[in-house]
Design a protein around this ligand. Sequence first.
Ligand code: AP5
Length: 223
Amino acid sequence: ENNNNSALRMVLIGPPGAGKGTQAPNLVNKFGAYHLSTGDMLRAQVSQGTPLGAEAKKIMDKGGLVSDEIMVGMIKNELSTNPVCQKSGFILDGFPRTIPQAEKLDEMLQDLKTPLQKAVELKVDDELLVSRITGRLIHPASGRSYHKMFNPPKQDMKDDVTGEPLIQRSDDNAEALKKRLDSYHKQTEPIVDYYKKKNIWAGIDAAQNPTKVWGDIIKCLGF
Ligand code: AP5
């Protein structure tokens, strides 16, 4: 039994472009916890050309949600076998995205005897998200995100850490974004109440600049 009960175990909730992928690396740096991004995991399957990746790409490009069964399986595998998650905790980014996923997560963590400590909601109005998403640049290998105007890389179109090229995501267009926002409000937002009832929810104004958002995250975690 090597589970560390004081390790950070949290969920980041927020609409597309809220800043989950921007803030998660800060949490990794500060706490040493593992960043589990289901979007990054699915995109890795797409770039590896797996059958699951091919199926997922169709759904992602349309802004829909991949099935609960597939997503729960992916996360269960990581939580039960990834040594960093067990020892140093995790930051879930993009999961859970439905009530059934949230319930399954609780079951898994109960089995591992390591309950969730915090569910942090990054709150931003839909109007702000369009410019964030259409200006986003990402480094596919690490999942790091930048923004053409709000968070530009040091060198044009290159990752700050590796110098590798940055790309735009195929679902980062106005049409897919509309559907992603729709999926968020209908299917994901109900998990906010789920975590409020469990008394582990904290809401943060994510329309502020990234440094202020980070400061508020640290505060709500009790540091
Ligand atoms: P996923 O990859 O999770 O996408 P998403 O939820 O739409 O979130 P994003 O990555 O778009 O946003 P973010 O909050 O990380 O924003 P970022 O920090 O980059 O999922 C993709 C797809 O996979 C889903 O649509 C679905 O199909 C599928 N999927 C994934 N998980 C699933 C699940 N559990 N169940 C079912 N299906 C699943 O920021 C955005 C931009 O804004 C960046 O350019 C950034 O530099 C900039 N920015 C960030 N913060 C600020 C700020 N404070 N001020 C100004 N600019 C900022």
